[in-house]
Design a protein around this ligand. Sequence first.
Ligand code: SAH
Length: 252
Amino acid sequence: MQADKIIGILGAIPQEVNGIITQLKNRSEHKIGNRTYYQGYINDQKVVVVYSRIGKVAAAATVATLLLEFKVDSIAFIGVAGGIHADVKVGDVVVAKNLVQYDMDASPLRPKFEIPLLGKTYFDTDESWSKETCDHIEEMFGLENLYQLITPSELAKFNITTPKVHYGTIASGDQFFSTSEQKNNLQSQLPEVLCVEMEGAAVAQVCYEFGVPFIVIRTISDNANEEASFSFQSFVEEVSLVYGQEIINKMF
Ligand code: SAH
């Protein structure tokens, strides 16, 4: 990363970015449109960190503000998601290769999932930045490194033993997945999807339209089924916050 550039770091909920905000050097706060944007430095990298609130509209509005008001040069989204693919387990991390809005449907006028007037269904992340991030996460998941961050007994609470990093497709839409029916339905229509969340593909569309490189990093907090809401709260506080801090520190 180049130190003269500004990077926007975005999560949906406070727990996804609080660990990063508390580490900022020379921190200043700016309130715009019901959001607080925290400007500062991580190592020598100038960043603006914010939580967007939940859903595609909230995320898109926040990204537009980061681009137009704070003039950020690139965007990293960091947060949690529900696992969809059978290989993806709670405690794993998915780095997006591309993202799709599974709730966009202007058929029969346009093919299902295609964004009308853009003629695009999948939005690609920055490939080299994403792959570099996968390498950092792989390193973090070396067990000696991982146990420095989170104790084995803490990990055992969530049945995490040897977490993995995955690189592939993330699906986004304005629904919290908490039934097997939702999960099976998505899987049957978009079988390549690794995980589901509520903001990433909106971030992706705005970044695409402004021509700005971006990445999306999602820790799997739940299995997008009936148990999703039980594990969610404690997971974000005890696991994903710690991963997030470490991933961002390794980035700069
Ligand atoms: N606890 C929050 C609700 C969180 S909604 C509240 O009380 O308001 C879930 C958030 O995590 C969203 O930002 C979404 O992007 C992500 N997420 C995690 N698991 C998900 C799932 N199973 N389905 C959809 N989004 C999920």
